[in-house]
Design a protein around this ligand. Structure first.
Ligand SMILES: [Zn+2]
Length: 261
């Protein structure tokens, strides 16, 4: 397997991977979007809600506020086995506000200094003069297989495009150049050239335009451009490391199962 990183920052990572099969990259994609454990608010206990927004809507909004990743500190409710949630499997974020004001995610006061909303400016509701809002929000570990509020990343991959040019047939009519939505073709020294094949979306507009049959679009079978975007709960680097560890563990488990048959 060969990996080449195209670009990388705190939230995003784009890389080229060679020498792997579709099931393998798809398994990795599924781990990113559905199987990574994270912490999100699971239910709320309301003591007072004078706001114009129903309890259920506030609960839904608070559930979607991304919290920093503390999945190493807490165990899942299933592992814990308790019913209501204890200090091993849950953390409570409390909120108490009196209007007039806008209630933001930053108003949540966490029971654990290592658990906090990663974005402070998410509005929850507005309160009028004298209106009160008071609740306890209980966050638990889960995965996006249960609910998308536990999703912490998006991931996608595409085949590496292959653009073959049979320049002997090319009469330099240049009709293909404006047809490419990514503007990948250009003419240099009386020759048709391609700028950045990784940008090609394989729409085949160039292939269809060229009556001489100069351009042939296909893709490589064992090379992919993989894209990962973190929702901020953890950095892109840690995210990829963790996903690869999970994939490796799953493959080991499969190997053991097969060995024992
Ligand atoms: Zn518990």
């Amino acid at each position: 397997m060969k990996i080449e990183i195209f670009n990388k920052d705190e939230r995003e990572l784009k890389f080229l991977v060679r020498g792997v099969s579709v099931p393998m990259v798809n398994a990795l994609r599924r781990i990113f979007i559905a199987e990574m454990p994270s912490l999100a608010v699971d239910y709320l206990k309301f003591y007072k809600n004078d706001s114009p927004v129903f309890d259920e809507i506030i609960a839904h909004r608070v559930g979607l506020i991304p919290l920093n990743n503390a999945s190493e500190i807490y165990i899942t409710p299933e592992e814990c086995g308790c019913k209501e949630g204890c200090e091993k499997c849950s953390v409570t974020l409390s909120l108490e506000k009196t209007g007039p004001c806008t209630v933001y995610s930053s108003d949540l006061v966490s029971g654990d200094k290592d658990v906090y909303p990663i974005i402070d400016t998410i509005p929850i509701t507005k309160l009028g003069e004298g209106q009160e809002l008071k609740f306890d929000a209980v966050a638990r570990i889960g995965t996006a297989e249960d609910h998308s509020k536990w999703q912490i990343a998006n991931a996608a991959y595409k085949y590496v495009p292959k653009i073959e040019l049979n320049l002997d047939k090319c009469d330099l009519c240049e009709e293909c150049i404006p047809k490419c939505p990514k503007n990948l073709f250009y003419k240099e020294k009386n020759k048709l050239k391609v700028r950045d094949i990784y940008e090609c979306t394989m729409c085949r507009a160039c292939e269809e335009t060229c009556e001489q049959g100069v351009i042939k679009i296909s893709h490589e079978n064992d090379a992919f451009v993989f894209f990962v975007e973190s929702y901020g709960n953890m950095g892109a680097n840690d995210l990829v490391t963790k996903a690869l560890d999970m994939l490796s563990t799953k493959l080991d488990q499969l190997k053991n199962l097969v060995d024992n048959i």
